[in-house]
Write a protein that binds this ligand. Structure first.
Ligand code: SAM
Length: 183
């Protein structure tokens, strides 16, 4: 495993008024930790959802093909989830996010750059995070397969999001990045 140096994520000022769909909301379930019962957390892995704290409604569901009707949510969030999804499926996931969002609804994406593999024998890329929310600090690491196929950065996602029809409201660039989109 290759451990990238720890990155800070400040979510202390994060505000969402309305319903939130969190894709890949298992594991630490950071968005569910913050907004609790306002969140519907979906994840295809039951064990990951079971691990996440109580509060959100948890549903076993794949973001590539969601069972929700159109125009349901005020927000859709992806907190270090797209890095776990194959690139060939990213457009489909973004199209699904667009579909289930209400008109003018917002998407918030946090993710990491994954560089071209530069160390031999390291096939997992781990981004280590120090996340601060209003009431706690969470230290965690998210690791994904590290291969040429996984290379990604913010420009890759901006292009995809624009292709799907989103407007880009905000972006924060760096080794980890965040993007705010509007339908
Ligand atoms: C490790 S978590 C990332 C962090 C998580 N969002 C959190 O707050 O801790 C990534 C999750 O994405 C999920 N995932 C992978 N493919 C997915 C898909 N197609 N749809 C939704 N979730 C997916 C994984 O099962 C995993 O639980």
């Amino acid at each position: 495993m290759y451990f990238h140096k720890e990155q800070k994520v400040n979510l202390q000022e994060l505000n969402c008024d309305g319903t939130i769909l969190d894709i890949g909301g298992g594991g630490e379930g950071v968005i569910g930790n913050i907004f609790k019962e306002k969140v519907i957390a979906i994840d295809p892995r039951r064990d990951e959802l079971e691990e996440a704290l109580e509060g959100p409604v948890k549903l076993v569901m794949d973001a590539r093909n969601m069972d929700f009707l159109d125009n349901m949510f005020d927000y859709v969030t992806s907190f270090f989830t797209l890095m776990y999804i194959a690139k060939k499926d990213h457009k489909k996931v973004l199209q699904e996010m667009y579909r289930v969002l209400k008109p003018n609804g917002k998407v918030m994406i946090w993710d990491t750059c994954i560089p071209k593999p530069f160390v031999e024998d390291k096939d997992i890329y781990v981004v280590q995070l120090d996340i601060s929310t209003k009431d706690k600090n969470i230290k965690t690491g998210y690791g994904t397969k590290w291969s040429e196929e996984k290379i990604q950065d913010i420009s890759y996602y901006i292009k995809l999001c624009e292709d799907v029809g989103f407007s880009i409201l905000d972006r924060k660039e760096g080794e980890i990045f965040s993007i705010v989109l509007q339908k």
